[in-house]
Design a protein around this ligand. Structure first.
Ligand code: FES
Length: 352
């Protein structure tokens, strides 16, 4: 896992007939991919299910994960989608994710809701973390969760409870009935976590983050995961209040990647491990060319937000268009998200 200190950056035990069950999907050779058994699928509120995944092979626990981490699910039809883990770090016998049946879904969450059932097998990636928790004392942590964005925050809160530390959570949702994992959050209030809830339908509108955050200290750490407008509002409010320790996680690109500079011509790209060299237009992301050439590469969001396709740059420079790397990391030209970023040099060598 490549550490990204500030991510700029996301699920009823059911009885089904055997002909509805998914076949065991073959696990491709990319490092870190494994097959998981779907142990349970539980409805947690309207439109949201919690899915518990277990190692398919006995005696082979899952890799450890950090609070805030997410995994990719490899779905039917080649779809790959990222979901945050919401169980407690340290549980190597299971990963638990939450999936909203999003009306704006590109098809992944809908497919999960309609097809994935207890007893199925599904390929998953190793955990990646772009939303790391500051575990250092004595920093106090304040979390703002919007709807399904509560999932990575739940894992972070469980970690803070493990460490014997408190935190404050602001949970925002359109309605109480549509607030995922409200019961779990409420249970944590017995363990040092304070909870403020805001439901638009009860309050008559969206929350004022400024009034909810201004009581906190400038040296506190502030975290937010939720819909893009909330993240934008959160970041600008934190800037106005002079908060420096601000962490957000996006599972959708904030805006379509727009050209930052006109790129013309093509780049000769050598993929050192694969032993493949190809010519790629500079005005297009490289991922599709790699896939067309049969190169084995992990990817998920294809929007430059999840970090799955991060590829080490051995030579050359990229035109970065992702929301994963910090400004300093982009300037360092050590890696690139090939799903959205372009080749800027005439020649590049990648560790792929
Ligand atoms: S596939 Fe998600 S960042 Fe490239």
């Amino acid at each position: 896992m490549t550490p990204h200190p500030v991510a700029q950056n996301h699920t009823t035990e059911l009885l089904i007939s055997s002909d509805q069950r998914l076949p065991i999907s073959p696990v491709a050779p990319q490092s870190g991919r494994r097959t998981a058994l779907v142990k349970a699928v539980n409805t947690v509120c309207s439109g949201v299910v919690s899915i518990e995944l277990c190692p398919a092979a006995e005696g082979e626990p899952f890799p450890a994960f950090e609070a805030g981490a997410h995994i990719d699910l490899h779905l039917q039809g080649g779809m790959v989608r990222s979901y945050s883990l919401h169980n407690a770090p340290g549980e190597s016998n299971r990963y638990v994710i939450g999936v909203l049946n999003d009306s704006a879904s590109r098809g992944g969450s809908r497919w999960i809701h309609e097809h994935l059932r207890a007893g199925d097998h599904i390929p998953i990636s190793s955990p990646r973390n772009l939303f790391a928790l500051n575990e250092q004392q004595p920093a106090h942590s304040v979390f703002v969760a919007g709807g399904i964005g509560v999932t990575p925050i739940l894992s972070m809160l469980r970690r803070l409870v493990q460490l014997g530390r408190g935190a404050h959570v602001i949970l925002c949702a359109r309605s109480r009935g549509g607030a995922p994992f409200l019961d779990e959050l409420t249970q944590l209030t017995n363990q040092g976590i304070t909870l403020h809830t805001h439901f638009d339908d009860e309050a008559g509108g969206p929350p004022s983050l400024r009034s909810l955050l201004m009581e906190h200290q400038q040296h506190d750490h502030f975290y937010c995961c939720g819909p893009s407008p909330m993240l934008t509002n959160f970041e600008s409010t934190c800037a106005e209040l002079g908060f420096a320790n601000v962490h957000v996680e996006r599972f959708k690109a904030d805006q379509p990647a727009s050209p930052k500079m006109a790129l013309t011509g093509s780049c000769i790209v050598e993929l050192r491990k694969s032993g493949v060299t190809m010519e790629i237009p500079k005005n297009k992301p490289a991922l599709q060319a790699f896939l067309d050439a049969g190169v084995d590469i992990e990817f998920s969001c294809e929007e430059g937000v999840c970090g799955a396709c991060e590829t080490r740059i051995l030579e050359g420079e990229a035109e970065h268009r992702d929301s994963v790397l910090s400004g300093a990391q982009k300037a360092a030209q050590k890696s690139m998200m090939v799903c959205v970023s372009r080749c800027r040099s005439d020649r590049m060598v990648l560790d792929l």
